[in-house]
Write a protein that binds this ligand. Structure first.
Ligand SMILES: [Zn+2]
Length: 63
């Protein structure tokens, strides 16, 4: 089975990360994240989460 990174579209079969070439083999392709994009995505989630925490208007609900 081939795992394709849904961010950079690199496919990972076995040990090596190969550039996308077998898009037609989508039947056996599962989408996920390669380690690099996983880290980037997690970092974005974290930043987004922190940004939301800062924006919670607990004291701003004054009308
Ligand atoms: Zn990737």
């Amino acid at each position: 089975m081939i795992t394709m990174c849904c961010v950079c579209r690199r496919t990972k079969s076995g040990k090596s990360c190969v550039k996308k070439r077998m898009a037609k083999d989508a039947g056996r392709t599962s989408h996920g994240y390669c380690p690099e994009c996983y880290q980037v995505t997690m970092e974005r989630f974290r930043i987004d989460y922190l940004a939301r925490q800062l924006q919670v208007p607990e004291h701003a609900a004054v009308n």
